[in-house]
Design a protein around this ligand. Structure first.
Ligand code: AMP
Length: 449
């Protein structure tokens, strides 16, 4: 089966002693981008070593395993859970031996023509081990007529469309490529004499790397020993940065497309207070996703901010469970109210998004059970009306509550006294930069590809 949602974290480390350890800590910092599987390939210049498995970074690796991943260059990956496929074969890096030697690939994003490319490859005799888009690249590279890996990678990425940040490791070099739209983030950091390339800058902070810049949309970077990284603009950049990274996905301490994700979320909350004010006694965030926007809402409105919902951190993300019944229970397991605070009060609850409506419905119920006099739901993004084909894990349209229901119908479904969302204009302004440079197809259905 073809895997539609390959939304993950990638890291590449080059020219650094014990590169696999730096990759490990980077993946640990980016655990929120994927919890299903984790893997690292390293190279000692002669041979590529790979260890990958299902589970969290800290479960997949230990000191002994990282010792085995020797060398001064490494690539790593955290895989996000998607429904269906449950195989170790779907963990990354994807390693292969081919006529030029060995290579390992990690990929964050989702290729929109993956099926066509794969069908054509299969027809011409290729065999596949996994359901991952990423495996297409191995075949495209190994079949390219070009003599050098660099040119073969260029050949290969020219045959695929969609969202990708790829990092390729050969035995002696590392290559990072970002798609021409730059849907998913990818940043470069300097670490000692070497380099770190990662999906999010929070990885740099943990390993002590200094943020240098983002990889440009359409740019390929080549890392080679004893040389400065070489940059090739493979495609004309046509930026369509994912706005949902700002809304929800990235860690608040990351610089996203050059701007603080936290600052953007505070702005969203402030704008939400201006656009959708409400008379209330306190602002309460849905932890952790609604916290920065709730702070912004409180600052702008003057309504006190309270941590009225406490999160149990030992429960995984509720979103991941495929069965509806379990998801309901898991929200309760995860979030619980401070009754003494809420009882008899008018509450504004802030979350970043409503996808299926499960979380908001539960939150309203929790608040009512805790004695809230009124529950007003405010969402720091527009209604999520359309699925993402570029790497954010959204259910298909039939499960997106805003695809078929009006705001008033959603309000009724979740049982709130009022419900209001941030406008798309205010969201774009909160993120800064050129409005046209953002992909917001999840909110307006206007797909670039
Ligand atoms: P739902 O309960 O289906 O309406 O999902 C909304 C909740 O899930 C919100 O609290 C969001 O913070 C969170 N959320 C939104 N998008 C995603 C995603 N792609 N992966 C995981 N969680 C998400």
């Amino acid at each position: 089966m073809h895997d539609l949602n390959e939304k993950c974290a990638v890291v590449g480390v080059f020219g650094v002693p014990s590169a696999s350890k730096i990759a490990y800590f980077s993946l640990f910092a980016m655990q929120h981008r994927g919890q299903e599987a984790s893997g690292i390939s390293s190279s000692n210049g002669k041979k590529i070593f790979t260890i990958k498995d299902r589970g969290l970074v800290t479960r997949v690796f230990n000191e002994e395993k990282l010792e085995k991943l020797s060398g001064t260059m490494a690539v790593g990956h955290n895989r996000y859970s998607t429904a269906g496929e449950d195989s170790i074969l779907d963990a990354q890096p994807v390693f292969a031996r081919y006529d030029l030697g060995e290579m390992s690939i990690v990929h964050n994003g989702n290729l929109t023509n993956a099926k066509e490319v794969r069908d054509a490859l299969i027809k011409s005799g290729a065999i596949f081990q996994s359901s991952m888009d990423t495996e297409n690249l191995i075949h495209l590279i190994s079949r390219s007529e070009k003599a050098r890996l660099k040119d073969r990678i260029i050949d290969a990425v020219k045959k695929v469309t969609g969202a990708y940040c790829f990092i390729f490791l050969s035995r002696t070099k590392m290559f990072a490529v970002r798609d021409p739209h730059g849907f998913r983030p990818l940043s470069i950091g300097k670490l000692g004499k070497g380099w770190v390339v990662a999906s999010e800058t929070c990885a740099f902070d943990l390993v002590g790397a200094k943020f240098v810049r983002d990889v440009n949309p359409g740019e390929m970077l080549i890392f080679e020993e004893g040389k400065e990284p070489q940059s090739i603009q493979v495609f004309e950049p046509t930026p369509k940065k994912c706005i949902f990274e700002y809304v929800y996905f990235a860690r608040p301490d990351s610089l996203l497309f050059g701007k603080s994700a936290y600052a953007a979320r505070i702005e969203m909350g402030k704008a939400l207070a201006r656009e959708m004010p409400v008379d209330a006694d306190m602002v309460i965030p849905v932890p952790d996703s609604g916290v920065p926007a709730a702070l912004g809402y409180s600052k702008e409105s003057g309504i006190p901010f309270e941590l009225g919902i406490i999160r149990n951190h030992y429960v995984g993300r509720t979103f991941i469970e495929p069965a509806q019944e379990i998801r309901d229970l898991k929200v309760k397991m995860k979030l619980s109210p401070i009754k003494e605070l809420i009882d008899g009060k008018k509450i504004v609850v802030i979350d970043d998004s409503i996808v299926r409506g499960t979380t908001s419905k539960q939150i309203v119920r929790i608040m009512r059970n805790a004695g809230a006099a009124e529950v007003h739901m405010r969402i720091s993004s527009p209604p999520t009306s359309d699925p993402c084909y570029y790497g954010i894990d959204t259910p298909d349209k039939s499960h997106l509550i805003s695809a078929s229901k009006s705001v008033e119908e959603v309000r009724k479904f979740i049982g709130a006294d009022s419900l209001a969302y941030l406008s798309i204009d205010a969201l774009l302004k909160s993120c800064g930069g050129e409005e046209e440079s953002y992909c917001r197809a999840c909110f307006d259905g206007k797909y670039v590809i």
